[in-house]
Design a protein. Sequence first.
Lengths: 289, 252
Amino acid sequence: MASFNLTLKPAQTELVALPGSTIIQTYDVTNNSSESLTLSSQVLPWVPRGNDGSVDYLQALPNPHLAFSLTNTDLLLGQTFTLAPGQKRQLVLKIKSDSTVPLTDVYYTFFINQTPGFSTSSTSQSAASGRIGSHLLISYSSSDTPHSQFFLSHVSVSPRFKDILFPQLNISATAENDSPYFAKIQGKLVVAKNGLVIQQFDLFPDNVLANSPRQIRCLSDNQPVPCSLNPPFWPGAYTATLTLDPSLNAPSATVSFFIFPYTLTLILGFVLTLIWYFSRPQKHISSTP
Amino acid sequence: MKFKIVIFLLLLTFNFQLLTRVAHAQHFSSTDYIIDFGNFNITSGHKNSANYSLTDTVGQLAPGQYNNTGYIVKAGFQYIYDLFNQFTFSINNLSLSLGDLVPNIGSTATNIISISTPSGHGYQIMVQQNHSLTQGNGITIPSTACDSGPCTTTTSAPWTLASTYGFGFNVIGINSSGVVTGVGTSNYFTNSTYFRPFSTAPISQIAMSENNSTSGANSLRQARVTYKANVSAIQAAGRYENGIIFTAVPKY
């Protein structure tokens, strides 16, 4: 049964480059399949889609100031090559920019495409093939530390009714990048009550691309997790403050919320109502001729 | 005495200049190439332990940044940082036989797609068809519109009726035991009865995606893809075929 199983390393490259510079990036392609694969390489531009790290290839146009090629002596970009089962091959991508490349980010994916085989079936069929890609995030800048300009938006705490017992409180926010260069989110989320810190989170270092937003996530054990607080809580007024690293030039954002013992109040009210109902004086109706 | 000192110095100089052999340790050559290294890298690459992860390049002579008019040299540091983690995508079966297409009886084929991404980074798997299921004479089986809804390349809908014709697909997340979990696919296909037609637009139709993998580097995600074709009695008999391309990329 023909299959496709490919590993590409690295999964993503991020760098800053001067206009007119040449970048060399090596890729290791490994065929983990049990049969030989005929492959080819390709580079395509993309733009960010949404705020969760998704990419869109349809809306992207290639940058005319960049030229891509392979420096492998025996392989051209787009040319087919064969990898035997278990074989690994290194492809060396060269990215040449001219001196007039605009000072901004460019985003590309280096793809390894499978060339589909020929079908010998006598009945109807579809032939599947695979393609795997590694992203390139390149900032063309005259400085090796391009200026970032972030701001925080849509800061909120849910659910609307916050009880001392349940449910989990979720803090959400969006980091918006107003600069032409990508940067990683760095900062903290601090939840406080009456000025005392209740809980503090580091933010997960997601990339926020040029002029685009990214949903904030918190960091726990080197993993991204939702920014959330677990009950029980003391009732009262709280604040959640998001502060980004000064290098991101973003004002901090604070949201206030109140936690009230809704559930306990309802239960207590119900019990008191029952007590009142069963303990009220009974009316006696006397009939006298 | 002075004469002896002078003779000694002359002999020392002579010995140094004429008898010392030039070291070629950093010069390699063959019939086809010559390689001269400015310095040897003693070690380099990516190392890690239980608590640390290190990338290094050791052996650079005179590391540092050197500026001059028109250029900057940054020597001895890794100024291009790539994420050394790898990314794996697989399809267990590339030949999806739909068999002989019988009117009003849906024909299906399945395969399993698997993806493993760097820890903390999600993925997108996109799918496209090169063209509709087509016979050699150009007759095609159209894309399905599902039972009602209709379903589109971006919206799935149930397809269970034998009187609904066309070609489409379903993707449902499974675990390593084949049990349906819906992970990565529930936003696109509610359950295994929901289908969509394939898009012919390249790298645009999302079949499966997640914002981040679970804990542990390169955790594995799998999904079962079901391809379904149903034809009416007026559909020309014969062999139909097309190509399905799966594209997997990480989330940035």
